[in-house]
Design a protein around this ligand. Sequence first.
Ligand SMILES: NC(=O)c1ccc[n+]([C@@H]2O[C@H](COP(=O)([O-])OP(=O)(O)OC[C@H]3O[C@@H](n4cnc5c(N)ncnc54)[C@H](OP(=O)(O)O)[C@@H]3O)[C@@H](O)[C@H]2O)c1
Length: 434
Amino acid sequence: MKDVHVGVIGLGNVGSGTLAILNRNSAQIAQKLGFGLKVTAVCSRSVAGLDLADVPGDAMRTADWRDVVANPNVDIVAELVGGRGAAREMIDAAIANGKSVVTANKELMALEGADIWDRAIVSGVNLAMEASVAGGIPIHAVLREGISGDRIAAIAGILNGTSNYILTEMERRGDSFEDVLKEAQALGYAEADPAADVDGYDARSKLAILAALAFGERIVPDDIFVEGIRRITAQDFDYAHQLGHTIRLVCSAQRTEKGLILSVRPALIPESTILAGVKGAYNAIWVKGEFGADTFYYGRGAGPHPTGVAVVSDLMRVAREIRSGSPERVSPFAHERLGEYQPVSVLLQKRPYYLRFRVDDRPGIIAELAGILASKQIGLEAVLQLPCDTKNDLPFVITVESSPESAVREAVEQMSKLDFLREPPLALPMEPPL
Ligand SMILES: NC(=O)c1ccc[n+]([C@@H]2O[C@H](COP(=O)([O-])OP(=O)(O)OC[C@H]3O[C@@H](n4cnc5c(N)ncnc54)[C@H](OP(=O)(O)O)[C@@H]3O)[C@@H](O)[C@H]2O)c1
């Protein structure tokens, strides 16, 4: 059977990893497919200065992406540039020219993916985006096909490797957020501007894509409550351990009677739970199905080769569909078929909470805080204070019984006005064990 031809736009981390795999694994890929995947065009603005040892000698090399999407010798375009502006233009032009698209672009797919899919359907081409969430973990394939017969009740995941690395290093060494972040930046694990990672926005885009797939809803990042990890201290880990828990940036999507509750936020999770064992830059996704119960997926969330495997596997799937002429493509955005559960506010969520205070010590503090909790019908569970030699910046923790987030937020707001507090209380939900 004739080879399927691939054009790659973007030759950075993911682009170079993809090309390396296509080149070095070409014989196995051809054996598995029954035909070859051949790179016929590559593009980056600085293409002239790049070492392109993994690109076939006869492939077109260009600095203008329009040459790739217009090339009649390209069947599938891999958009590995990122961002929303130029990447959207590239994808639209490729689809308009009748080419299928494989992308790793979570930001674009989370915001505009459903619209792009609609265009792909009209043009009769495919759109695949396995690499956009959790790099090397084939979670799209799992939700789209592997467990698509189940009815998903909940997803909980660790979807940002940088913030997970920072949290687990703070936990391991007892260092501050700022120190570990600086070190992660020096090692190249964190960007110079770390906001997308540590403030939760990168993970939020990924959760939007996963939740759309899992629940068949049109979900955009704004539907998801987001809070980053900047306020977590090494001491929070000490208190969490006292409670048999640890702290992770948890991406959560839960089907409730009221609708879907979606959040990306630091949370206490029991040390006994499988998610607590996810350390460093690894990602993991736990999925609870109504019939199939629990399944768990773990692996590298980023990096040229793990992400490249996801891109190449998508290229293979799309190439098979091109060769077999299959009209039955599975939407990565199932919103047009289900639409049973709309996203609702996280304020409706009920959880036990961990409240951490930093105060100037004086008599009556606990009574005053307990009074506010009681006025919101929040039951106090425990008060913890680890030994500390300062009186003017004293940390301690109150845990409360399962309560609505709305009540906890009102209490925290009222507490924030108290003059003995050195900063607003930190409120973290305590997730139930898996
Ligand atoms: N890095 C990872 O591990 C990872 C994991 C999962 C998903 N992703 C996603 O994969 C995508 C690529 O990420 P990356 O880490 O590979 O980024 P990267 O290393 O910055 O590479 C981006 C590439 O795009 C090229 N480019 C930018 N604008 C262009 C334009 N207008 N025309 C042609 N080429 C252009 C850049 O080269 P020039 O400047 O020379 O044009 C560069 O080669 C992003 O959507 C990212 O979110 C990355």
